[in-house]
Design a protein around this ligand. Structure first.
Ligand SMILES: Cc1ncc(C[n+]2csc(CCOP(=O)(O)OP(=O)(O)O)c2C)c(N)n1
Length: 370
């Protein structure tokens, strides 16, 4: 992949922004201002940002709990992220949910799902819908090493391959599934070998080297876009903090953690950019100032945002009457979501499309009676 200086600096900015948003979130968490748990992905930035940078407008991601970088790289708003963390009434879930389940259908970001592995069949459903609509849409579905041992992971890979769906599966192998190290999870060296069983290309790559991630994922994307079906990339990285901020991760040997801290993806990319004379002190200072300004703005926007209105607590519990689309598309009209505020512009927006010719229709019923 040929990248211009500006693209490389944008990648560096996004990696730093991801780290900075998470660092600030941790501070807010320690101050007791975050509602719910905080799951950071320090060490994953090359994987999550790098993989997302191979996508183009209209593509869709189905992220998991370590994918803030992917979210921001796809245009997700730091303001919306902070509103979600602080459970404000104008957050993407209107203050109804914890930190994890943030999505943004405007930018093709499907909210993440807590049940490990379950997002992969969802990604396949999104890809199948888009294929049926004859859209040229690629779906990216990341998951952790632990998730690869769930049934839905295997069902998802198999289904995507049989249906030749344009899905790129990214395994973020970060050494542990909570406290379980990889050697107690599976007996193979490379999780990318699992691709072969489902008839798709798979490769593994140093997940802390953003350029290597970009190149490997670019190959997978090219394959998936060509109509030949899905592809898989395993990015080997490490979770240098606990599973959540409530976890001290005492089960991780100190030397192992230090070894991976030395391989920090941001420092490595920074060293590369300096060596190529792409990054100098002036450019670094500018990027640092921009990152700080964006994070400060996001936090103050969230702090000034209203708490959820208690009177609306029962809204959205039941599906609305009439046909709905399962996939949101910008510009769509759907009165159900006019309460949602675009946290970048402060204006209401719609998150679900009503595309009459191709929309999946179903009779809305009360969710509890299904
Ligand atoms: C089906 C299911 N089982 C267990 C859990 C509890 N749980 C949440 S995250 C996690 C570990 C996830 O490990 P991995 O997939 O490797 O992702 P990582 O957190 O390391 O990024 C577990 C066991 C869950 N959410 N869903």
């Amino acid at each position: 992949m040929q990248l211009e200086r500006a693209n490389l600096l944008q990648i560096y900015y996004l990696m730093r922004l991801t780290r900075a948003v998470e660092d600030r979130t941790r501070t807010l968490f320690l101050q007791g201002r975050v509602v719910g748990g905080v799951y950071t992905a320090q060490g994953h930035e090359a994987t999550s940002v790098g993989a997302a940078m191979t996508l183009r407008d209209g593509d869709i991601i189905v992220p998991q709990h370590r994918d803030l970088g992917m979210h921001l790289a796809r245009g997700g708003s730091p303001r919306a992220v902070m509103c979600q963390w602080l459970a404000r009434g104008n957050s993407p879930t209107l203050g109804r949910d914890g930190t994890l389940h943030i999505g943004d259908m405007h930018h093709g970001i499907v909210p993440s799902i807590s049940m490990l592995g379950e997002s992969l069949p969802v990604a396949c459903g999104v890809a199948l819908t888009m294929k049926m609509r004859k859209r040229d849409t690629l779906v990216m579905a990341p998951c952790g090493d632990g998730a690869t041992n769930t049934g839905p992971f295997h069902e998802g890979l198999n289904f995507a391959s049989v249906q030749k769906l344009p899905v790129v599966f990214i395994i973020e192998n970060n050494g542990y599934a909570y406290s379980t190290p990889t050697h107690k999870q599976f007996a193979i060296e490379n999780l990318s070998d699992r691709a072969k069983a489902y008839g798709m290309p798979g490769e593994h790559v140093d997940g802390n080297d953003v350029l290597k991630v970009l190149n490997a994922v670019e190959r997978a994307v090219k394959h998936a876009r060509s109509g030949r079906g899905p592809a898989l990339v395993e990015c080997k990285t490490f979770r240098v903090r606990g599973h959540s901020e409530a976890d001290r991760a005492d089960y991780v040997p100190a030397e192992l953690r230090e070894e991976w801290l030395r391989k920090d993806p941001i420092k490595r990319f920074e060293a590369y950019l300096e060596e190529k004379s792409i990054l100098n002190d002036v450019a670094r200072a500018e990027i640092e100032a921009k990152v700080k300004a964006v994070v400060d703005d996001a936090v103050s926007f969230a702090e000034q945002s209203p708490a959820p209105d208690g009177a609306t607590v029962a809204d959205y519990v039941y599906a609305p009457d009439g046909p709905i689309s399962l996939i949101g598309e910008p510009g769509a009209k759907d009165p159900r979501y006019v309460n949602a505020l675009d946290t970048r512009t402060g204006k209401p927006f719609n998150t679900v499309a009503d595309d009459a010719e191709s929309v999946t229709r179903y009779e809305a019923r009360e969710v509890g009676k299904r």
